[in-house]
Design a protein around this ligand. Structure first.
Ligand SMILES: [Zn+2]
Length: 486
């Protein structure tokens, strides 16, 4: 009997190993695409000069309450019209909320759903006190060391001006895209996009415009972040995480600290925050993160490939490994971050109130309500009130097995023959969320080549773009304008 059982277990184990092995071995990369394309020569120094000029116009978004940098946006509009005369004369321009720009470039077949190429013209301020740490002043647009320096060179005047360069290139030679292409340049992305992108989207909706896809800033080309993959990877984000800020409020009787009650407001709140940290939201593998692993696993080393090729069995191992990292944890769960804790005024006075702020970034599939339910259960204290301070739901997850994604992917392979292309999940937010209802699919990708130190330049010190990379980005849009809609 025992012998039979032993044989049965052995048989099952061998079978299992066989399946795991088979799935691993057959998970091989697709043949590399056959590329017969060479990008057109462009005058990259002249293009760099034009971006430099745009960086010098201080279109800063400070806060929702602060006034718009009206004169600077007017100047930028004029600058665009002066430097991109064919765009100005051949495309239809609509001003939205005074300062955002919508250009329409009618396609050869206007009945096809359109594409929208997005970018934002506003930039974040330079943190006071950090100006002197810049190699070149942040609004100098200095051309030095093979780069263009200043605010907006990565986020996101680069998109706006690379799109304009590409359009000007084609308009000079009379190209008409297959389907209609819009350029949507917001003026308030850095403070939420409510007057820019949101209004552009509702304008297009009112006009009954059908949109196949939007392409916006988001993920980039990175190297050395996926274990065992040496080639640079272009991540096209299919979704972005949601955003939720909760305020926790604990109240108690005030009075003198010489005769305190058993539970103080501070104690109740501390317990609540601690319980929220102990009860993180559960981790899980969902699209688009599963799409990413399915796409990249054939290129990974054997051990990882074995796990990812057998997710039906080994998902728990994968999830627990990913949950240990910082960035990888953020890909598999709604993250929790307690950021503000406030109470008390005097060392011998009992505060009547204590408040804390906790910020969550929601994984697609979770919702504001599901997070609030989870937090309410975790806190499990009717004396702690939970209020929403700010929130937007995670985006929907766009498709990657369709022609729109295929056109972007093909364009990347043509212009960047050295890179792999993969779906991804954007951990931060973008203007794309405002197009959710309008566009069938929203993609968030800009072919910036990022090294480890470059992430800190975005919204940080020494923001700059290499001129060679800027030229590649222009070539990417040039080619995409030819490929899009086909
Ligand atoms: Zn941006």
């Amino acid at each position: 009997m025992i012998k039979k059982l032993f044989l049965l277990i052995l048989f099952l184990l061998v079978g299992l190993v066989g399946i795991i092995g088979y799935n691993t071995v057959t998970n091989t990369p697709a043949d590399p695409p056959n590329i017969a394309y060479s990008p057109p020569e462009i005058d990259k120094m002249a293009a760099a000069e034009r971006l430099s000029g745009a960086v010098q116009i201080k279109t800063i978004s400070i806060s929702r309450e602060a006034p718009v940098a009206a004169q600077e946006f007017e100047d930028l509009h004029e600058y665009i019209e002066a430097h991109y005369p064919n765009v100005a004369s051949q495309l239809t321009k609509t001003r939205i909320s005074n300062y955002s720009i919508l250009y329409k470039w009618e396609g050869r077949d206007p009945t096809l759903p359109a594409a929208i190429f997005m970018g934002h013209m506003d930039v974040v301020p330079v943190e006071p006190g950090t100006e002197s740490k810049w190699e070149y002043p942040p609004f100098s647009g200095k051309l030095a060391d093979g780069a263009i320096w200043g605010r907006g060179t990565l986020d996101d005047k680069v998109s706006v001006f690379a799109i304009l360069e590409a359009a000007e290139h084609h308009l000079k030679s009379g190209l008409k895209p297959k389907h209609t292409i819009y350029f949507a340049f917001g003026h308030d992305e850095e403070i939420g996009g409510e007057n820019g992108a949101a209004k552009i989207a509702s304008h297009l909706k009112e006009q009954g415009v059908k949109v196949a896809y939007t392409l916006d800033e988001g993920m980039v080309v990175v190297q050395g972040i996926m274990p065992g993959i040496e080639d640079p990877i272009a991540f096209i984000a299919l979704a972005e995480k949601g955003y939720l800020t909760l305020e926790l409020v604990a109240t108690a009787d005030g009075g003198h600290s010489s005769m305190p009650p058993r539970k103080t407001a501070v104690g109740k709140l501390a317990r609540a925050v601690s319980r929220i940290e102990q009860h993180r939201l559960p981790a899980s593998m969902r699209r688009p993160v599963t799409d990413m692993f399915d796409t990249l696993s054939p290129h990974m080393p054997l051990s990882l490939k074995a796990v990812i090729s057998n997710r039906w069995l080994l998902d728990p191992i994968l999830i627990s490994q990913l949950g240990k990292g910082g960035a990888t944890n953020a890909m598999v769960r709604t993250t929790t971050a307690a950021t503000i804790f406030n109470s008390g005024t005097k060392d011998n006075v009992l505060p009547t109130k204590a408040t804390a702020i906790v910020n969550f970034r929601l994984l697609p599939g979770d919702s504001i309500q599901s997070v609030i339910d989870h937090v309410t259960n975790a806190v499990d204290d009717p004396e702690v009130e939970i209020r929403i301070k700010q929130g937007n739901e995670p985006s929907k997850v766009s498709e990657h097995n369709n022609s729109s994604y295929g056109q972007i992917k093909k364009t990347i392979h043509e212009v960047f023959p050295d890179v792999l292309v993969s779906p991804g999940l954007m951990l931060a937010g973008s203007d794309s969320k405002h197009y959710e209802e309008l566009a069938e699919n929203s993609y968030r990708f800009l072919p910036l080549r990022f090294g480890k130190e470059d992430l800190g330049r975005v919204h940080g010190t020494n923001e700059r773009i290499l001129i060679d990379n800027y030229a590649e980005i222009i070539q990417f849009y040039i080619r995409l304008m030819e490929n899009s809609g086909n």
